[in-house]
Design a protein around this ligand. Structure first.
Ligand code: ADP
Ligand code: MG
Length: 252
């Protein structure tokens, strides 16, 4: 099982939409895929209709000793794609993990995933714009890090801290690789084109060639709860996410 973390310390850059569509595309290629919502906002969980305060989810995986992760895995309507939900209890779970020094704090998700790694080809983790215990757990459990970025003057804010965090996590997980950043929500105007050019030339970070274009279809899918491939197969973003996954698979 390959574990992919989508992460950026900034909100609203397309982490959730990217996680969902990358996971759906990997599943549509015949892979068995698990998507983990690791953001207390629970947007991925809401998207797949599994958001529920009364049900356990990622919070319990992180806080309860010997918790059976299979209990929190739910099917989605997409063949080959399962999901683990997050909700606001993750806020508390983060504090609990921090305070509970009775067992290792950073490797809990990794240990839990070990039990189900034979079941899945890929695990995609949609992270919160933060560095906290649940994010560190995600990085420790991951093989690859993908970073969606939006073109603006602040595009690289936080990337230095994220890179430092990735380096620190390597102490627990030497396999972790910063695979690359990719531009999301790209509009064909002067500022976006110059910005993308600037990002390509000035960042000290690996970049994917694929750029995800902006389309209203993406917002629409958040209401219909469908992947871009299903809802608007011929839309720019649907094609771009497919290219991104192919580019990712090729560089693997
Ligand atoms: N390619 C895109 N085109 C248009 N809107 C997009 C695109 N990608 C994301 N969005 C919209 O931008 C907003 C933020 O995306 P989201 O994935 O939730 O970001 P994050 O998880 O980083 O906070 C959402 O309203 C989403 O529908
Ligand atoms: Mg999100």
């Amino acid at each position: 099982m390959k574990v992919i973390s989508l992460i950026n310390l900034k909100g609203g850059v397309g982490k959730t939409i990217s996680s969902i569509n990358i996971a759906c595309i990997l599943a549509s290629k015949g892979n068995s895929v698990l998507i983990i919502d690791n953001d207390k906002q629970g947007n991925t969980s809401k998207f797949f209709n599994v958001h529920d305060y009364d049900e356990p989810g990622i919070s319990e995986v992180l806080t309860i000793k010997d918790f059976d992760i299979e209990r929190v895995i739910k099917n989605t309507k997409y063949s080959g794609l399962d999901v683990i939900q997050a909700n606001m209890t993750l806020l508390r779970a983060n504090k609990e993990v921090l305070m509970d020094v009775s067992r290792p704090q950073q490797t809990r998700l990794k240990r839990a995933l070990k039990k189900i790694e034979y079941k899945y080809d890929y695990c995609v983790i949609d992270n919160a714009p933060d560095i906290n215990m649940s994010i560190i757990n995600a990085l420790v459990a991951s093989d690859d890090v993908l970073v969606p970025i939006k073109v603006d003057k602040f595009a690289f804010d936080g990337l230095e801290q994220l890179t430092e965090q990735i380096e620190e996590v390597k102490e627990f997980n030497e396999h972790l690789q910063f695979k690359g950043c990719f531009i999301t929500m790209f509009r064909k105007n002067k500022v976006n084109m110059q910005g993308a050019e600037w990002i390509r030339n000035n960042g000290n970070y690996p970049m994917f060639k694929t750029i995800i274009r902006n389309t209203v279809k993406v917002d629409e899918t958040t209401f219909t709860g469908q992947s871009l491939q299903e809802y608007a197969k011929n839309s720019t973003a649907a094609k771009d996410y497919l290219s991104l996954v192919n580019e990712y698979l090729e560089c693997d």
